[in-house]
Design a protein around this ligand. Structure first.
Ligand code: FE2
Length: 255
């Protein structure tokens, strides 16, 4: 009799265990569904945040262009040239978006330049040039106050440095200049030469490329110039970046 009871108890125990196991499995499946749903929601929120950030940054660039109509379209083209140069030069893929924003907003400091200087139709005098050359540091100061802009501070501050140390504001030399700033400097120079300005007509692609080659190793990173000129990246803008929301204006400035 005792033995029968024992067997019955054992069966009961096995039944309970199996029921508990099934309950546990159901809970695990439910948990899995909840985790997947939450992950999807988080991913969607992150994408929305990225879009909002992008819109805010494009809005800032528009503020620069609204203040200085001569640069209309310039920021977008500099971003496009910078992006294509970075990609061709093997820039880390996960840094491309930051580089694009840095290129787009490289002249953000022009917000702090007096209209009388920024919009002067003729050549600037010495004092005006000194004021105009404050724009990279003014831009850096603006970017430093906005956490979202911290990653682009090197491109903003150092896009007027020159390979031989003759640039500003920090007189950096060669590879000491942040790579984002070296890329933006070439894109900025190319666009200024390749577009009409109030006091000069646009140069041809061949003329622009010849000037860039001449200045490689003096003003600009020779390896990056080799990539930009050697692969004729100046001609790729229309072909590859038609779908980007960049305004293709006709007048540019590289100050
Ligand atoms: Fe600039």
């Amino acid at each position: 009799m005792k033995l029968l009871n024992l067997v019955e108890e054992q069966r009961e125990l096995v039944r309970k265990l199996s029921a508990d196991q099934q309950k546990l499995q159901r809970r695990e499946t439910l948990l899995d569904v909840v985790v997947k749903e939450r992950t999807k929601e988080l991913e969607e929120s992150y994408e929305k945040l990225k879009i909002a950030n992008r819109q805010a940054l494009f809005g800032l660039a528009e503020a620069i262009e609204a203040k200085d109509p001569y640069t209309k379209g310039h920021c977008g083209r500099v971003a496009a040239y910078s992006l294509v140069l970075a990609k061709e030069a093997g820039y880390p893929v996960d840094g491309l978006e930051t580089l694009e924003f840095g290129a787009f907003l490289h002249d953000i400091g022009k917000i702090g330049i007096k209209d009388a200087v920024l919009l002067k139709p003729g050549p600037l005098d010495d004092a005006e040039w000194i004021h105009m050359r404050e724009h990279p540091v003014k831009g850096y100061d603006i970017a430093s106050k906005i956490e979202m802009l911290h990653p682009i501070m090197p491109a903003v501050r150092n896009h007027h440095e020159r390979w031989d140390g003759s640039g500003y504001p920090d007189k950096m030399v060669a590879l000491d200049i942040p790579i984002s700033a070296r890329i933006v400097a070439i894109a900025d120079a190319y666009d200024a030469m390749a577009t009409d300005r109030p006091y000069k007509k646009a140069l041809s692609i061949e003329e622009c490329e010849a000037i860039l080659r001449k200045t490689a190793g003096k003003m600009y990173d020779p390896d990056l110039i080799e990539v930009f000129v050697g692969r004729h990246l100046g001609t790729l803008y229309d072909e590859k970046y038609d779908d980007l929301p960049y305004d293709d204006g006709h007048v540019a400035s590289s100050t």
